[in-house]
Every structure is written in C-alpha cells, then in structure tokens.
Design a protein around this ligand. Sequence first.
Ligand code: CA
Length: 227
Amino acid sequence: MNRILIIEDEVKTANSIKQGLEENSFLTETAYDGNSGLRLARKGNYDLIICDVILPGQNGKEICRSLRAEQIHTPVLMLTALNSVSDKLEGFDSGVDDYLSKPFEFRELLARVRALLKRHPQIVQTATILKCADLELNLDTRKAVRSGRTIDLTLKEFALLEYFMQHANRVLSKAELAERVWGIDFDTGTNVIEVYVNYLRKKLEAEGAPRLIHTEFGMGYILKDQA
Ligand code: CA
C-alpha cells in the first residue's frame, strides 16, 4: 500500500482528502501545520506528499526546498489557490513535482496522485521499523512484535500504536489522538480513544508484559520505553 502524507491546515479539506484516499486503499497521515509536516516528511516513509502552499509555520515551498536540500526526493503535489504562472514556476523551482489548484474535485486529485506515483515507481523504500522498549512496529509489513511475539492488530489499532510510537515519551491528549488518528474533532462524549487504548493494552500486555501506554491523569496518554 502506498503511504501518503497530507500537509494542509484547513482541517476540513485535510480530512476529506484523507477519507477519499483511504477509500482508495492508500495509507495516510496528516499534519495541520508546516513545521510538523516537515518533521513527518523527514522521518516518515512516504511515497507521496500532498502539501498546501500557505501554512502556519513553514510554507509549502519552504518544506519542499528543505526536503530536496536534504536529498529527500519524495514526490510533492502542491495544493494552491494561486494559479499564476510565476507562482507555479517558483514552486517547480523549489522541487514541487505537480500542482493542483483549489478548488478541485477529488477525482482530479486522485488522478494526479496516481500519475505521480507511476512516475516515481523506482523509489525503493527501506524498511521502517519503529522501536520502543521491546516493542517493534514494522511500517512496511504492518507487523507488530513484542519480545519476539507477533501481535495481531486491526487497522485502527495499528494506526493508534504507530502514532504513539512516533511520539514516544510525549503526553498525547485525547483531542490530539482523535484528530490525528481518527480525523475527527474530539467530542468529550466519545470514549472511542479509551476503548482503543484498552484494546492495545490488552494485546501489548499479554503474558504479563509490562505496561507501555500509561495514563496521565487529566492529560491523556504517554507511551514510555521505561516504567
Ligand atoms: Ca492553507
């Protein structure tokens, strides 16, 4: 499955792109500002980045320029409200691979995404394995292993654990988890996060393995590599 990073500060647009891509069997991750987008783009194992131009923090062109300067050649599809030729030329100059002007229809975005992926099939991704204590998560094979024991996870459990592992040793609020993993606005009435954290704990702590996901009372959860 192809992994796509979406960097877009309009939450509604970001979420509708995410939803559409997931319905078409892409794996996605979302950043809502330039700085976290760049951070993810640097370490993530993505096949494509969809990036808005105007973002809080670094803008789309700056992100693209930084990635290219660091020899990261993940194709970038830039979303822009600007439609002038000079803006586009400046963007191509910074290493953008293609443009899509807002507003667009999702099927056009999908066609551009597929075309870009076709043009860049030769990108060989090295296996990305996230580690925390004795837990390993392989993002290519989508496998979780703890102390040699394979853990079967559902898609959502995997996505939640991946998010925890990418942000290990940091307290994550329920609002952040709701927004980043579920793509929903956190509504205090929902207990979906607690439910999924409990599913994960049950699976991770089988056979008496020590707890990795801890509750920070009144704040959220933290994945820690030591007790
Ligand atoms: Ca924007």
